[in-house]
Design a protein around this ligand. Structure first.
Ligand code: ADP
Ligand code: MG
Ligand code: MG
Length: 546
């Protein structure tokens, strides 16, 4: 073995063993004690001034932010008048993700407990119409049964519990966590493992947050290279979009910081390789996926797209290569460098962006377009998963981009016998040349798309909660990345000097911890539980005493 090969083996082994410790308890054993000790709640005196400044809108603090939600739910539990509502909330969430076989029983229990006026735990804030509907409907076993009730429940809590929460010690605890969340991060917080891949402006490394043991991917952007190749705008768009989206179907940004020479994006680590690799390089004699597997990935991709579109973001670069697998075999969308956000009031955009062979007709024709282009690329991606070739290219054929574009605009797609009728119908619905007829995002959701026959066996509630077992689990000892030598190095950049304006940009970019993922990390790795200690018999905790 040459030195490069040996280097890869050694790096892989360190990385594989760190990776084995990602979840919960095991992560604790990988922590750096000194760094962990730096995660300490401040005395309330030192953060009291933040009480009026922290994000305390109901939806953000009590629903979206994981630590805020936990503390709010602990508050509900502690209040006699809110206890039932808090419990109903948890029971509905449990219903949404339960298996079909348990649905009837769980629905029945919820109805008896909260919807019957003679029950001790009756929830009188639910509107009569919603109560009647749930009672009539609860034998139909659909995941959305309690959707309306949940909205009423949250409205009720906002009106009746938000003020009380903000006067409670649970809110002070929230403020303490927000203070900790706002502390600066730098490279000292992370330990790099091997390189995972190479991007346009730098390399992506596996890394570990030393204080908690959680593994991430660190995408490094070389400052000089960014400046020389005018990459500032693109980098900022990618960072802004990644920081805005929080979905288990899109890589999440947890930290943005800078070093002397680089800007760093610390994101969800996806250890399982990309879909392109799995389609073509795992079993070369039998490329592509069976329908069941293709269906599963398609569902997860749809959830990712739906989330982006709900946040007014067009992805534009969906393709197998950009869909990455995690340890369990779930997939997420990655590389949002070509994405674009529609400003309020504007529903269309223009611009040539994407990958040849995937781009939608209206985009190629330089017309205005919207989210529809992403459902065309979804159709191309699904087609390729089944056929193991793109729909507009013969296998192994070398064609000019112009010819591929011409085919996309004009030619019908041929389907091999590998496609079932449901799958072919779906591909056709997605690859409609006319965007107006295409399946996709309507009324702010993908409900119509999700109800297509191809998805008839999918329990979307469980899928969306990440609870449907994946069809394929990557091998935990395999490193689905190139050998270190093959990743390729960058040449050094000379003659670039930074000025104040550059440094201003770097500071704006390096905004630190991103609240939701940071809070998730604290909960997942057990640090939240270790810090969220209350005083004797549930009374005011010591550190809150005046
Ligand atoms: P660029 O936008 O510069 O092309 P990418 O985001 O595509 O950069 O990242 C470059 C490569 O790094 C990818 O092709 C992939 O191999 C690897 N990579 C990127 N993000 C992750 C991640 N979250 N987890 C694991 N590997 C990643
Ligand atoms: Mg890329
Ligand atoms: Mg990119």
């Amino acid at each position: 073995m040459d030195i490069g090969g040996l280097e890869t083996v050694v790096a892989n082994s360190a990385y594989v063993s760190a990776r084995g410790s990602v979840d919960g308890a095991a992560a604790a054993t990988m922590r750096d004690k000194k760094m962990r000790a730096r995660l300490k709640l401040p005395h309330i005196r030192d953060c009291e001034h933040m009480k009026t400044k922290v994000d305390s809108t109901f939806d953000s603090m009590c629903v979206k932010q994981p630590i805020g939600k936990r503390l709010f739910q602990q508050y509900l539990e502690s209040e006699a008048t809110q206890k039932n509502a808090g419990q109903l909330w948890k029971d509905i969430e449990d219903y949404i993700v339960c298996q079909e076989k348990d649905r009837l029983q769980k629905a029945q229990k919820i109805v008896n407990k909260y919807y019957e006026s003679k029950s001790k735990t009756f929830c009188s804030f639910l509107e009569e119409k919603a109560v009647t509907r749930v009672k009539e409907d609860h034998k139909n076993l659909h995941g959305d049964l309690f959707k309306e009730s949940q909205q009423q429940l949250l409205k009720h809590l906002e009106k009746s519990a938000l003020a009380g929460f903000k006067n409670s010690m649970y809110f002070l605890r929230y403020v303490q966590f927000k203070w900790l969340e706002g502390q600066p991060v730098d490279e000292d917080w992370f330990m790099d493992f091997r390189v995972l891949g190479k991007g346009g402006f730098g390399e992506v490394f596996a890394c570990q947050a030393k204080a908690t043991g959680k593994m991430y991917a660190n995408k490094k952007l070389d400052k000089k290279r960014l400046k020389k190749r005018k990459g500032y705008d693109g980098a900022m768009v990618e960072k802004r979009i990644l920081a805005k989206v929080h979905s288990r179907f899109i890589v999440t940004l947890a930290y943005a910081f800078q070093t002397k020479s680089e800007l760093c994006l610390v994101m969800t680590i996806m250890n399982g390789g990309d879909l392109r690799y799995h389609m073509y390089n795992v079993d070369e004699k039998n490329p592509g996926f069976n329908e069941k597997r293709a269906c599963y990935y398609t569902c997860q991709i749809i959830c990712g797209l739906e989330h982006l579109h709900q946040h007014r973001i067009i992805y534009r670069d969906l393709k197998p290569e950009n869909v990455l697998l995690d340890d369990a075999g779930h997939v997420r969308l990655s590389d949002l460098g070509l994405a674009v956000e529609l400003p309020p009031g504007k529903d269309k955009t223009t611009g040539y962006a994407g990958t040849p062979g995937f781009m939608a007709p209206e985009l190629l024709q330089k017309k205005e377009y919207d989210y529809c282009v992403d459902y065309f690329t979804l159709g191309v991606t699904l087609y390729e998963m089944i056929a193991a070739k793109g729909p507009f290219r013969i296998r192994g054929e070398k064609v000019e981009n112009e010819e591929v574009a011409r085919r996309i605009i004009n030619d019908p797609v041929n389907y091999t016998p590998a496609f079932s009728k449901d799958c072919k119908d779906l591909c056709e619905g997605l690859m409609m040349k006319d965007a107006a007829n295409r399946l996709g995002f309507k009324n702010n959701e993908c409900a119509e798309l999700k109800s297509q026959p191809f998805f008839k066996d999918i329990n979307w509630g469980r899928l969306e909660a990440g609870m449907l077992p994946p069809p394929f689990v990557p091998d935990s000892r395999t490193v689905y990345a190139k050998n270190i030598d093959d990743v390729g190095a960058f040449s050094s950049i000379r003659g670039i000097v930074m000025d104040n304006k550059d440094n201003e940009f770097f500071t704006e970019f390096a905004s630190g911890n991103i609240p939701i993922p940071w809070q998730e990390e604290m909960i997942e790795t057990g640090v939240f539980g270790e810090l969220n200690i209350w005083g004797e018999n549930g009374k005011l905790p010591n550190d809150l005493d005046p």
